[in-house]
Design a protein around this ligand. Structure first.
Ligand code: MN
Length: 602
């Protein structure tokens, strides 16, 4: 008896999200679609929260237009997306009317398969999205966000799968976003799911720790029906097992995928060339990293934290933060680390280490989490922490969205004539700030994608400098001469200027702090805090809200500002009681640690 294993290729979504900071442009997808469409994949994953965000934020592409173009170019292959349940593509829970409208529009524009997950694995947060997918006549895939903890047992995952089955899902995905699965744990979990739930099982496994392909093979032996892979030139490491490798591994066996290896290899060569174009977005650390098997921190989270620590000049504290993350996670009842819980846990751990005292600063998201606003925690939360964070405020035990009023009409009104379609309204709903900016720039005809850097010297670099501008210098340091050749320059997503240069032929990358940070502010750098009533922050970030004005009387500990860093909001409190003498910031300003933002006179 043979059983054909079906395949989803993630090259157009998760693969470049994992390896190239989600930067692949539609223009690099369309030319290969004809071949991709002939492979015979069960589906191609093309859409998700990060790809949508990146289109609007960096690439200045309309993500809905990308979807329509891909649909037209891939008429014979199902298109798949990753949906964060009630969070849709954003970081908060949306009201049910927005969830229904979003799913309906995604289906109309081309999505056939919706992989739906909740960061807490709270199935109540999946129900409305599942029902909306079924109402649109599409494939609803229920997802187990895989993690390990004392409460994440095989029985608990099977119970979750049964609950999702009762909601009408068509298949189950085991989503191992961090690369935590091991081959024998996979075997046990798949075996249990297949014997207790009568649905196809899909394995989505990242190869971060080098175990992805082994896990998939054991899953197949245990009865799994389907694997997620990535074209080999965008596979492995924090991405997925290579498509060609898995097709070759199963060829001729009872699990043969039946896919045309030669055709897939041609596609692999195409993306091999495409990857070079995005070299500036390659992570510094590529390859296998088994650390996740010890600290459970996903690779994407590590690089994000490293950037934040670098900004603070505190990269040497990385190990302390990595040690703190599992402790915060335990305090919060062991949520899986996936958007948005990975940001919530990671940022709180970061604050706990840098503030020199655990929970001295508690982010608003942790407070909401402890109120039950993201759903039910998988395990028990630390009650003492809960009390410290939210005092006597109410803890909810209903589905969080039950408390939300319909909001689509309000969103439509807020964005007004900038929205030319319901899709535009939804873009704004998903990403209020960057979505509005995108629609404004489109209206003004000023959309401009971020710059791509030429390859550094020796790898086909385009010349920089232009006519008459020197790009080669000889510098003298303590009597030794070095030849410096500037090969590329540009602004990366971190807002800093990156110079690519070679020193005596050795390639180097130099990063400069942005000049425009101070130009954009209101009249230069702010003075440094010194007085007891000076309000400042511990992290670089943006001002989300100013809660006081000049002349106000404030109590010590009263919130005066809300700042945002690493997508998490924090209240900044008055250090002393008194009168507000001056406010030096406005909504939207970028601020640095130590600057005086508000002055209070005691
Ligand atoms: Mn993934």
């Amino acid at each position: 008896m043979s059983k054909k294993i079906t395949v989803t290729d993630t090259v157009l979504r998760d693969a470049h999200q994992s390896l190239l900071a989600t930067r692949m442009r539609t223009e690099d997808m369309l030319p290969i679609c004809d071949k991709l469409d002939r492979v015979g994949y069960w589906s191609l994953e093309v859409w998700g929260g990060a790809t949508f965000d990146s289109c609007v934020r960096f690439l200045k592409e309309d993500p809905w237009e990308r979807l329509r173009q891909l649909k037209a170019a891939l008429p014979n292959t199902r298109l798949q997306m990753l949906l964060r349940g009630q969070n849709l593509l954003g970081y908060r829970h949306y009201s049910d009317d927005v969830v229904k409208a979003f799913v309906a529009k995604a289906a109309v524009n081309g999505i056939d398969v919706f992989r739906i997950f909740d960061a807490m694995n709270d199935v109540r947060n999946l129900r409305v999205a599942i029902e909306a997918v079924k109402a649109a006549g599409k494939h609803a895939q229920g997802t187990i966000a895989y993690t390990t903890s004392p409460v994440h047992t095989t029985d608990a995952f099977v119970a979750q799968a049964k609950a999702m089955q009762a909601m009408g899902i068509d298949s189950i995905a085991i989503k191992d976003m961090a690369g935590l699965l091991t081959p024998y744990a996979t075997f046990e979990l798949v075996k249990a799911l297949k014997s207790e739930v009568d649905l196809p099982v899909f394995i989505h496994s990242h190869d971060t720790a080098g175990l992805g392909a082994m896990c998939q093979l054991k899953a197949i032996e245990a009865g799994a029906d389907h694997i997620d892979t990535a074209i080999s030139s965008l596979a492995w490491g924090t991405s997925h097992p290579g498509t060609e490798s898995m097709v070759a591994a199963l060829k001729g066996s009872e699990f043969d995928t039946g896919l045309d290896l030669e055709l897939i290899q041609e596609i692999g060569m195409y993306f091999h060339a495409v990857r070079k174009k995005y070299h500036q977005f390659e992570s510094e650390f590529t390859g296998v990293d088994t650390r996740v098997q010890v600290n459970q921190v996903p690779g994407g989270m590590i690089s994000n934290l490293a950037n934040q620590l670098k900004e603070q000049g505190a990269l040497n504290r990385m190990n302390e933060v990595l040690d703190e993350i599992p402790r915060v996670r335990a305090d919060l009842g062991f949520p899986p680390l996936v958007t948005p819980t990975s940001q919530i846990v990671g940022t709180q751990a970061f604050f706990n280490v840098l503030a020199g005292e655990r929970y001295k600063t508690i982010t608003n998201e942790v407070k909401l989490y402890l109120q039950g606003r993201y759903g039910k925690a998988p395990g028990k939360v630390d009650e003492q922490l809960r009390k410290q964070a939210i005092g006597s405020e109410e803890v909810i035990d209903v589905r969080p969205a039950d408390l939300l009023k319909p909001e689509l009409a309000r969103l439509r009104e807020e964005i007004g004539s900038l929205a030319k379609s319901e899709e535009d309204v939804l873009t704004f709903a998903m990403f209020p700030d960057i979505g509005r900016k995108f629609l404004e720039e489109r209206e003004a005809g000023t959309l401009k994608p971020e710059e791509l850097l030429p390859m550094p010297s020796g790898q086909g670099a385009a010349p920089v400098g232009g006519e008459g501008v020197p790009t080669e210098f000889v510098v003298d340091v303590h009597g030794e001469s070095y030849r410096v050749d500037i090969t590329g320059v540009g602004v990366k997503g971190d807002g800093k200027r990156h110079f690519y240069l070679s020193i005596d032929g050795m390639p180097e990358e130099v990063v400069f702090e942005p000049l425009n940070e101070f130009v954009a502010g209101s009249g230069g750098k702010r003075k440094q805090a010194g007085a007891p009533g000076d309000v400042s922050t511990t992290m670089p970030g943006n001002i989300v809200d100013v809660l006081v004005k000049e002349g106000d009387t404030v109590k010590a500990g009263q919130a005066v500002l809300i700042t945002e860093a690493m997508k998490m909001e924090t209240e900044v409190q008055a250090p002393i009681a008194g009168k507000v003498k001056a406010v030096h910031v406005a909504k939207g300003d970028r601020v640095n640690p130590g600057e005086v933002l508000v002055e209070i006179e005691g």
